[in-house]
Design a binder for this molecule. Sequence first.
Ligand code: CA
Length: 219
Amino acid sequence: MRVLLIEDDDLIGCGIEAGLRQASFTVDWARDGHKASLALDTTSYALVVLDLGLPRVSGMDVLKRLREAGNDVPVLVLTARGTVVDRVGGLEAGADDYLGKPFDLTELIARCRALLRRAQGRSVELIRYRELTVNPASQTVEVAGKRVSLTSREWAILIQLLTNQGIPQSRSRLEESLYGWQEEIESNAIEVHVSNLRKKLGAKLIRTVRNIGYVVEKP
Ligand code: CA
């Protein structure tokens, strides 16, 4: 899943980027509010981590603009300004959660997962689908109780399909969730990953939708 990190502080940004990557997210990192808004206009993200104190355009303005445009992507706001007034302001402007600096990286990751879960309408971490049990927190998949290991790309595709059951995902949509700004898109990679997923998890799990892409049907 692709996350937009908006943070101007190099040290904090590097830490968050590494933590999110470790948790198998694809991360784009925007260092100012203007670049962040451009990214939000052109790319669909699963989640946004937003620092409020930013150069050029403030984090609060990025957030207001995002919500005015009707974009309901979950937003976790980070700020050193830990006053109640700032928290309330951020939440009223459309933030979904709030974390004051300094924070613990594991708490940030846990809150990101909780926001994604809520956005996907799940109250528990596990995704169960037929004989599959998928645990995004530990990044494990079991097929009828047997642990199967996936590569990070396979994992990303599986999560994208499982969290959009019944909605065909185009190849470009899948690529978008897989590759960040710095990464070159490999041709045919999606087909190869889907083929591997079918070998590992069962041939019937992912259906090809002709001329569109792939879908995991609603059970
Ligand atoms: Ca800042």
